[in-house]
Write a protein that binds this ligand. Sequence first.
Ligand SMILES: [Cu+2]
Length: 138
Amino acid sequence: MNARSWAAACLAVLAVGCADATVTIDDAWIRGARPGSTVAAGYCSITNTTTVSVTIVEFVGTGRVEMHETETANGVSRMRPLERLTVAPGQTMNLAPGGKHLMLYDFDPAVDQTTLNAVLSDGSSLPVTFEVRPWQTP
Ligand SMILES: [Cu+2]
């Protein structure tokens, strides 16, 4: 890349926010709340496109959002909160049923998509649109 196109690329990155240059978040979906509940779970794939570790410190949405991990010990599975999600250089972290996930409290069951902002440890954030699927989705 020559100097001019490099400068143009940097400007493009600045224009859309630095977070776009550090992680990409794909396949973002939410298993909707059960009838009568306002708690939902969110899943996505987080890919670190850089050569250093990238850490997500929180997801921010309209309700309270926590990062959790499901662990099974002695046949009993329980969830524990995670302070951060750190993705190694070039790696993809999958948030999926039975493992790491987002927990959305005060979730509006009527919406069919919602946007959460992934906040990185450097203070930048990345908006991610989550598609809401029925609560029975496996
Ligand atoms: Cu949970």
